[in-house]
Design a protein around this ligand. Structure first.
Ligand code: CA
Length: 499
């Protein structure tokens, strides 16, 4: 009997760690306000399907992203919502913003619905009982680590603390959507800068004036080490505050931009970009040093279009040649950089055979922020409960450079609020795109583009191709109804789309 017990214990001792080691770690590396042109990696393809370098790609320096793109897959057509909180809630829930109801960015102190926005929009954000990606992963034995910007709920509401929505650990995340300062000497807003937006819990970095991006990277690496020590697979949500405003210069990189003729603010922005690129490199280096590179998948993405402080010429600016920027209804508001790769690619590794990621691959088929939850759940063998409604699709086939015939290629961005572009719903159903403007400030109006022929949205076909416009509007209406969207309201009238 004793022998059997010893045998059983030995078996357990050896089984548990091996089991833990054989499950992939996942790093979701999310950069705030990083649009698809804020990098030296070209994400726009030419007519032959090859990546094409534009002037903005030559301005920014992101060598670690280049390495990651060379060893993994880059998506040229990846969509996120046009502002922060909608995308972040989508990442946590796998749902489109029209369904989860966080259709605008959350203001930490108040309801941000706008004069005609729906009264019942989800301005209080994610709740304790919301089924989220980190919650599912935690239940499946993962160490779930939140580092950086959360912005899931306002001050005083449950989702303010990432540990209430499924994370084991929270470093620096709260209701705020931007840091009070990027400088350690300012206490990240606790000592100087915007005190209402102070980042909490990084006191150790004040004295040496460590830049916020660097402090968060050091903390993230410590948490990775801790998870490895515990022999637990981990999910790291590395959500940098950078490159969101305020555009503070990261002194480590400013010498790289001395010869540029761009404005001081634009150069500061470039240093913020280079800071997150260094962070990416440092985390990859740390994971490899720990010997877990072959077991760790990294997903790199932005949360909405670029907000780079560049001049706007006829609606072309920080995402040029793509039209528009963060908050806009055009492609520049919603197209983001996206790269996936194993940290250390190895065709011998069973885990990587199960989830192959094609090397130096260009994936042209659409991907969206809604796909992140089903993808990570599938890769980690995490069950999605039946009661969860998911709007996305697993990206596994697309990671392998293949086309997924079973997914739709629809991206709906429902924005019944006031911002840079106000009271609109846009829908891409490739190759077509429609933008509907609700009759709030002016009469209802429509934009229609063929993104295959006109990727930079130069020619509005709404009045010349009324047949296609009607088709797209019918489709947009169906999507809104399917996702239980809420509409703007004016003079007591609910403003449903006019088809
Ligand atoms: Ca953002």
């Amino acid at each position: 009997m004793k022998m059997r017990l010893v045998k059983l214990l030995t078996l357990l001792l050896f089984t548990v760690p091996i089991y833990a080691k054989d499950r992939p770690n996942v790093i979701l590396f999310l950069v705030d306000d990083m649009g698809l042109m804020d990098t030296s990696v070209p994400f726009i393809i030419d007519a032959s399907g090859k990546p094409k370098t534009y002037p903005l790609n030559s301005f920014y320096k992101t060598p670690n992203m280049e390495k990651l793109a060379n060893q993994g897959v880059r998506f040229t057509n990846f969509y996120a919502h046009s502002v922060c909180s909608p995308t972040r809630t989508t990442l946590m829930t796998g749902q489109n913003s029209a369904r989860h109801g966080v259709t605008n960015y959350i203001k930490p102190e108040s309801n941000n619905r706008g004069a005609y926005g729906p009264k019942d929009w989800n301005w209080t954000g994610i709740k304790k009982n919301t089924l989220t990606l980190p919650k599912l992963l935690k239940d499946n034995g993962y160490q779930t680590i939140h580092v950086g910007k959360a912005h899931f709920a306002p001050i005083g509401y449950e989702g303010e603390d990432p540990c209430n929505i499924g994370f084991n650990v929270n470093i620096g995340g709260s209701a705020i959507g931007q840091p009070g300062s990027y400088y350690g000497k300012d206490g990240y807003g606790n000592i100087a800068g915007n005190k209402k937006r102070a980042v909490q819990g990084l006191e150790a970095y004040y004295k040496d004036d460590i830049f916020l991006t660097e402090a968060l990277t050091i903390e993230a690496n410590k948490q990775i080490s801790k998870a490895v020590d515990k022999e637990k697979p981990f999910f790291l949500y590395m959500a940098h505050y950078a490159v969101h405003a305020p555009f503070h210069t990261d002194p480590r990189f400013i010498d790289h931009y001395n010869n540029s003729d761009k404005s001081k603010r634009a150069k500061a922005y470039a240093t913020l970009i280079e800071g997150i690129d260094k962070s990416l490199g440092d985390i990859i280096h740390h994971v490899n040093e720990l010997g877990i590179g072959e077991n760790t998948l990294i997903i790199f993405m932005g949360d909405n279009g670029s907000d780079a402080p560049l001049p706007i010429k006829k609606n072309y600016s920080s995402s040029s040649p793509i039209k528009g920027k963060k908050g806009n209804n055009w492609e520049g508001g919603m197209r983001v950089p996206f790269i996936a790769s194993w940290v250390k690619p190895s065709s011998q590794k069973t885990l990587q055979q199960d989830t192959p990621v094609k090397k130096d691959a260009i994936q042209k088929q659409m991907g969206t922020a809604m796909d992140i939850l089903p993808t990570i759940c599938s890769i980690t063998n995490t069950k999605i409960p039946k009661e969860m409604t998911i709007d996305g699709f697993s990206l596994e086939l697309q990671f392998d450079g293949k086309r997924n015939r079973h997914r739709n290629e629809i991206f709906l961005n429902h924005f019944p609020h006031k911002h840079r572009s106000s009271y609109f719903t846009s829908m891409v159903k490739y190759p077509w795109k429609v933008i509907y403007h609700y009759p709030v400030e002016k009469a209802a109006s429509y934009e229609l583009y063929n993104l295959k022929e006109d990727p930079f949205e130069t020619s509005n076909l709404a009045s010349e191709n009324t047949k296609q416009l009607h088709k797209m509007m019918k489709s947009l209406d169906r999507e809104l109804i399917k996702e239980h969207a809420l509409y703007p309201k004016k003079d007591g009238q609910l403003l449903k789309p006019i088809i």
